[in-house]
Design a protein around this ligand. Sequence first.
Ligand code: HEC
Length: 126
Amino acid sequence: MRGELPPFVVVVVAAALLGGCRPSATSEASMITGGDIERGRSAIGKYGCAACHTIPGIHGANATVGPPLDRIAVRSYLAGHLTNSPGNMMKWIQHPQEVDPKNVMPNMGVTDEDARDIAAYLYTLR
Ligand code: HEC
């Protein structure tokens, strides 16, 4: 029998091979932060980050008070002060005033867990 593989088998195998070679942006974001992307999305809404930032994928987040957070995952520095790493991202989200007392982003009392989840979401933005 010389039949060809049904197309759906080809698609499934291709997806498995691709998935095995390189983690997707989302799985990588939760891996490097240990956070939960979907919980991060709702925490961003809860803390009102959208009052100041344009954030892709967050409904209504199109403010221009602070810098837009698109492609934040691939930037070299955060807020011009910190090298961009998961630890520094959480530090900035929780204590922006400690990092730079002259900047206007307020300390919003973000919990450790929420900061981790928010960082996971932000690292999907590449
Ligand atoms: C009152 C306005 C305001 C709110 C609310 C706010 N931010 Fe900011 N944010 C800023 C400003 C202004 C900056 C730029 C600070 C700087 O560069 O010195 C900033 C910078 C940042 C950066 C670094 C951006 C870059 O381009 O390097 C991140 C990440 C960030 N904010 C995330 C958040 C998150 C997450 C929340 C919600 C928990 C939030 N912000 C809430 C005003 C705000």
